[in-house]
Design a protein around this ligand. Structure first.
Ligand SMILES: Nc1ncnc2c1ncn2[C@@H]1O[C@H](COP(=O)(O)OP(=O)(O)OP(=O)(O)O)[C@@H](O)[C@H]1O
Ligand SMILES: [Mg+2]
Length: 267
């Protein structure tokens, strides 16, 4: 199927661009083909971008290119308008195992500031403020490992560490995928609340349609065989969002539209 999404390159600075990306494994297994993506920087505001797609379509692979953990077989990855180099560093939150279990919660969060050259005193203060935002007050001295911290709490640590330096962009690869439903819903509310205070752009991967609609400003749907960004859905609900939004007819209409699109793309 041909590329359906046309990316309008406006006067805003380019943040992330994937150009004509293809990924081939084992010589002939084409996993991603002619994939393009352009995310522009909305200074002081950022955007919540969700990449939605079925298992195996290449969502994590796209994030790994942006994070610099993998290079595509062909095509280019640009960050901030320039070809990506090994010096570029972009934070990523994974589905699980995103925290360092040999460090305490406080140390994990402070780590997000170590490479930014922030003084020890300021690191401690900023980490404390971030720990409060993610709801982990009282857990600062615990090691970031299960079962002293639950799966949801460990993801809170990872999010706090990733956001404490107020980065321009953050990648999240199904960060709530391993959580029970109640914790997942709480984490969805938390991430969008924190994000509304944050000025950067989130690139959030999920295969959960209501999660995508609840969080996103823009949804890009991927299809598979081969993986490619096929559709763009802007989401125009105001910030801040609470779980009540999920009961509105507009919310459910969009969920069904996306569901139909996903079914049609991945027959
Ligand atoms: N090293 C590899 N060798 C061969 N195939 C690979 C390799 N790494 C990934 N793949 C294949 O590439 C495809 C895309 O993988 P990727 O992990 O990006 O998918 P995904 O969309 O993130 O899926 P999920 O939702 O299950 O996490 C899959 O079919 C996977 O089997
Ligand atoms: Mg994945």
């Amino acid at each position: 199927m041909s590329q359906e999404v046309q990316f309008a390159n406006t006067d805003l600075p380019d943040l992330i661009q994937l150009k004509d990306i293809s990924q081939v494994y084992d010589g002939n297994k084409v996993v991603i083909k002619d994939c393009n993506l352009l995310i522009e920087d909305k200074p002081g505001k950022g955007e919540f971008i969700v990449i939605l797609g079925p298992s195996g379509c290449g969502k994590s692979t796209l994030l790994r290119y942006i994070a610099g953990l993998q290079t595509p077989t062909t095509g280019e990855v640009h960050l901030n308008g320039k070809l990506r180099t090994s010096k570029d560093s972009v934070g990523m939150v994974f589905q699980r195992y995103s925290s360092f279990p040999w460090m305490t919660v406080q140390q994990n969060v402070e780590l997000g500031l170590v490479y930014a050259g922030v003084s020890a005193k300021e690191r401690s203060q900023r980490a404390k403020a971030m720990i409060e935002k993610v709801g982990l007050v009282g857990h600062e001295g615990k090691f970031a490992q299960y079962p002293a911290l639950s799966g949801g709490q460990l993801q809170r640590v990872a999010i706090a560490r990733s956001l404490v330096s107020n980065p321009k962009m953050l990648l999240l690869d199904e960060p709530f995928g391993a959580l029970d439903i109640q914790t997942r819903l709480q984490m969805q509310e938390m991430i969008q609340r924190i994000w509304s205070e944050f000025e950067g752009t989130m690139i959030f991967v999920t295969h959960d349609i209501p999660e995508a609609v609840f969080l996103a400003d823009d949804i890009y749907i991927m299809g598979r065989n081969p993986g490619n960004i096929k559709r763009h859905f802007p989401v125009n609900f105001p910030r801040e969002r609470t779980r009540d939004l999920k009961r509105s007819p507009e919310f459910n209409k969009l969920v069904y539209e996306l569901e139909d699109e996903m079914m049609a793309l991945n027959k």
